[in-house]
Design a protein. Structure first.
Length: 556
């Protein structure tokens, strides 16, 4: 049986049992081909002679891009041939910093065909983040929006620089030249299923982000579970609200929909407009919809009844969704938003799947192909009702990373004792439903973005006014949480609005927008006898509110 046939058989089994969780969970087996290239062995196969729309993008000004499966197959062939002429070789690292534009999907397919390794990067990143990615990611090539090329002026390296859109700056090659390349492509050689495919930089509890390594198996095949969670079927029109550069974009805007032979639909906007979004959903006939809780919370501020034809499936991921939001959407659309749980390191591990009973607050049951255990926080033994979410490596799921690239110690820690340890705590009830409790470390989420307190504290300490700093999440109605800094000032600096203004400006200069300090308070830091900061006290104080707090919006 070919790799394509093996993949299709597993995919079709999940489609056949999309509302029969028990059968899907018991009967599903991951396809394990020795050689597999999703772009060549799956996408190009379903694209042959296929004029159905694969990608539909609507811009803010109303202009549209529609590309069929066949057109994207041919375009990615051209891009692959042109990139190979530019020196892109197997396992070369390509930093891709593009928005929701056709070139992003073309490049993803082309890179797979070349067996190159993609390092996705959000356009929100600044020069400091980019220097780290280029250096530690050993980047050989960068494909970047023209408006972002200036960010690389201070990013040294001998990498090929390719500019997308507009006239490129000196030293940058125009991506558009690739469209003149021939549309046929012959790979240089076979792709091992375990060859590296993606490197994601993700925030951790240390100063520098981790490098999560995925293969031609772990994301393309692994996201069969994501397809199952969303409830995708062939011919669906799928809208996922997610920013490029983050793992969730690859999950739900690339692999899951095209695993199902569905259309990827995108609505681009500068400022979120619920009315316009719903109008475009109606016009495109969106059948499946995935959005982070931040977007769901903004949507319910609008008149949801303006959506004449609600999607068949609606899902949320990133953090637990408030029950009142789920209820408002259910009343207006007659659709229940289903939570799911996964990480950059994995596909969807736990989910509320289509057609199954839901429990308020629960993120569901283990996905087909995932054997999920809860480990005792003290002994590390499995079988407890509340503990750390872990995956049994004796039945290693396809949708799990290789490890943290270049960091064997951290990989060994995450994979210790025969389990992959997520660092997240949950409870399990008598029916097998899991309810999320929180992180076992200090990382928190703001608007669906992971934020590392240590990274923000390090940035604050770069300023001469800061002697010590501790960052904790502060509750926020829209973003769920925003970074709040408690700062001990250096000698010669006085607490007050003037100093707060200086530190907010520093935060804006050195941190990406989603990482910026939004609240600030001066004072001493509570510590243990050994000198460690007692963050729990700071979290409690933040939750209680303080009249001495400064807010970033007051200093703009």
């Amino acid at each position: 049986m070919t790799a394509t046939e093996t993949f299709r058989r597993a995919r079709d089994f999940l489609l056949a049992h999309r509302e029969d969780y028990a059968t899907a969970y018991e009967g599903f087996r991951w396809p394990r081909p020795g050689h597999f290239n999703w772009a060549l062995d799956w996408f190009d196969v379903i694209a042959e002679g296929n004029d159905r729309t694969a990608l539909h993008i609507v811009e803010e000004d109303g202009t549209e891009t529609r590309l069929s499966f066949a057109e994207l197959s041919a375009r990615s062939n051209r891009i692959a041939r042109w990139l190979r002429e530019r020196g892109v070789a197997p396992e070369d690292r390509i930093l891709v910093m593009l928005g929701n534009q056709a070139e992003l999907w073309e490049t993803a397919l082309a890179a797979m065909k070349l067996r190159a390794v993609v390092i996705p990067a959000t356009p929100l990143l600044g020069p400091a983040d980019l220097r780290d990615r280029v250096e530690r990611g050993r980047v050989r090539h960068a494909i970047v929006r023209a408006e972002d090329t200036a960010k690389f002026d201070g990013v040294p390296g001998g990498y090929t620089r390719i500019s997308v859109g507009g006239l490129p700056e000196e030293g940058w090659e125009p991506y558009e030249d690739a469209y003149a390349a021939p549309a046929d492509f012959v790979p240089d050689g076979p792709t091992l299923a375990d060859d590296p495919l993606m490197l994601y930089f993700t925030s951790g509890t240390t100063a520098r982000p981790k490098l999560v390594e995925h293969t031609h198996t772990s994301y393309p095949i692994g996201h069969l579970s994501t397809m199952y969670w969303i409830g995708l079927k062939p011919g669906d029109v799928h809208l996922n609200i997610s920013s490029p550069g983050w793992a969730k974009h690859a999950w739900s805007s690339l692999f899951a929909p095209w695993n199902a032979e569905a259309t990827v639909f995108v609505v681009n906007y500068t400022r979120f407009d619920a009315g316009r979004l719903m109008a475009e959903m109606d016009r495109a006939g969106v059948t499946t919809f995935c959005a982070p809780p931040t977007v769901w919370r903004m949507l319910i501020q609008a008149d949801l009844t303006r959506l004449a034809n609600p999607p068949r499936e609606a899902v949320a991921a990133g953090e637990p969704l408030n029950p009142e939001v789920i209820e408002q959407v259910r009343r207006a659309w007659g659709v229940t938003i289903r939570d799911g749980f996964g990480q950059t390191e994995t596909a969807v591990q736990v989910a509320n799947t289509p057609g199954q009973p839901l429990k308020t607050g629960s993120m569901g049951r283990p996905s087909p192909g995932f054997r999920v255990l809860l480990l005792d926080p003290v002994s590390g033994e499995p079988g407890v009702a509340e503990g750390e979410i872990a995956l049994d490596l004796a039945e290693r799921p396809a949708g799990l990373m290789t490890g943290y690239h270049g960091d064997p110690d951290r990989t060994a820690e995450a994979m210790a004792g025969g389990y992959y340890r997520t660092g997240d705590i949950a409870t399990r009830d008598e029916d097998g439903y899991l309810t999320y409790i929180g992180r076992s470390d200090d990382v928190f989420k703001s608007s669906d973005y992971k934020v590392s307190p240590f990274e923000l504290e390090s940035a604050l300490l770069e300023h001469e006014a800061v002697a010590e700093a501790a960052v904790v999440p502060a509750p926020d109605e829209l973003r769920l949480a925003v970074p709040k800094a408690y700062v001990v000032l250096a000698e010669g600096w006085e607490p007050g609005p003037g100093t707060a203004k200086v530190l907010f400006e520093h935060s804006r200069e050195v941190l990406a927008p989603y990482k910026r300090i939004r609240r600030l308070e001066f004072g001493t830091l509570p510590k243990t006898v050994s000198g460690k900061i007692r963050r729990i006290e700071l979290r409690e104080a933040t939750a209680a509110g303080s009249p001495d707090e400064y807010r970033e919006e007051d200093f703009r």
